[in-house]
Design a protein around this ligand. Structure first.
Ligand code: A3P
Length: 327
């Protein structure tokens, strides 16, 4: 595994050396590539995200027309979307029985194990991970060409940037037990609002997919974390339809939609992904529980100062001006 990834890193060494580089969160370097910042050597659910992996995905990924890609800026509801799409698409294969706690994969393993990220070393060196449903944090304009050319369906989830920031800050600090390397909210805020955060600027990330959803509505579905919280039933039905797995009248009448919502609910997934299930966590590998903090809309108000709120709201308003993106 390491040798293959080392070969990928070597392959893009020259290209990476020409990229603008900046220090970002927790002393982590980020590289600017095609308008976005990427972190280097960042372990995330046992998979390594890096700019080289993005380049390798661009060069090597051969998408099939039937493939589905779930896209997001980190901390926007990726884990939830993975669980929902996976549960929808596999619902005739697996029995959902919350009481027995046995049958459905989402009752025993993380949504990240069910739906792999394409720009990670574990995916790139093991293409058998391609089970038709994959995820990515790569911005729309940098997606591997075959995803667009093959006409694959893409689902994007967007979230209010203030909540994304607070979620991201907790997540980054949670990566390391060592308090001395933790990043203060103030410092993290400066980095995030300047756009130099991993996969940032968040606004450009969102706008790319939003525009694509307007240009290619049959191929790109744009979802909103807040809407999903407000009206999960409607959003899940809509998602199932877009994915080509619409709920039948009978399924709706017998509570299948509600069953899937419950299976993928924050409380249920958090319970399944409780810490130390496999006992092999290290400080550089993100544990499953890190993806389930509060799962609320508007929690950022409990952390940000009035000034911080004004700054982020102003940037967001300016960036999304004229676009129908609810925040
Ligand atoms: P908070 O930190 O605000 O709680 P991502 O999956 O993109 O990394 O995003 C993580 C955010 O989604 C976290 O937000 C997390 O708690 C929330 N989340 C995870 N699973 C969820 C679920 N099933 N329902 C709602 N929110 C969920």
């Amino acid at each position: 595994r390491n040798a293959k990834m080392a070969a990928i890193i070597e392959r893009y060494k020259d290209k990476v050396s020409t990229l603008p580089k900046q220090e970002s969160w927790m002393n982590m370097d980020v590289y600017k590539y095609q308008g976005f910042w990427y972190h280097q050597g960042f372990w995330y659910h046992g998979a390594n995200f890096s700019v080289e992996a993005v380049m390798a995905a661009q060069d090597d990924l051969k998408a099939k027309p039937t493939d589905v890609f779930l896209a997001s800026h980190p901390k926007s509801g990726t884990t939830w979307l993975k669980a929902l799409a996976y549960a929808i698409m596999t619902r005739t294969k697996f029995k959902i029985d919350l009481a027995s706690n046995l049958t459905h994969p989402l009752l025993t393993i993380s949504p990240h194990d069910c739906v792999p990220f394409i720009e990670t070393d574990s995916f790139l060196i093991n293409p058998s991970y391609n089970n038709g449903l994959m995820a990515t944090h790569i911005p729309y304009n940098s997606l591997p060409e075959s995803i667009i050319n093959s006409g694959c369906r893409i689902v994007y989830v967007c979230r209010n940037p203030k909540d994304v920031f607070v979620s991201f800050w907790h997540f980054i600090n949670g990566l390391n037990d060592d308090a001395s390397t933790s990043v203060s909210l103030k410092d993290a805020f400066e980095i995030f609002s300047s756009g130099i955060s991993p996969h940032g600027p968040i606004w450009d990330h969102v706008i790319g997919y939003h525009k694509a959803s307007l240009e290619r509505p049959d191929k790109v579905l744009f979802l909103n974390y807040e809407e999903m919280q407000k009206d999960a039933n409607n959003e899940v039905k809509n998602l199932a339809k877009f994915l080509g797995y619409p709920f039948t009248e009978e399924e709706e009448a017998t509570g299948k939609v509600e069953e899937i919502i419950k299976l993928c609910s924050f409380d249920n997934l958090r319970e399944v992904n409780k810490p130390n299930k496999d006992g092999d966590e290290t400080s550089t590998v993100v544990s499953d529980e890190a993806f389930f903090r509060k799962g609320k809309v508007g929690d950022s108000i409990n952390y940000l100062t009035t000034e911080m709120i004004q700054i982020l709201d102003k940037i967001t308003k300016e960036k999304y001006d004229g676009l129908d993106i609810s925040i």
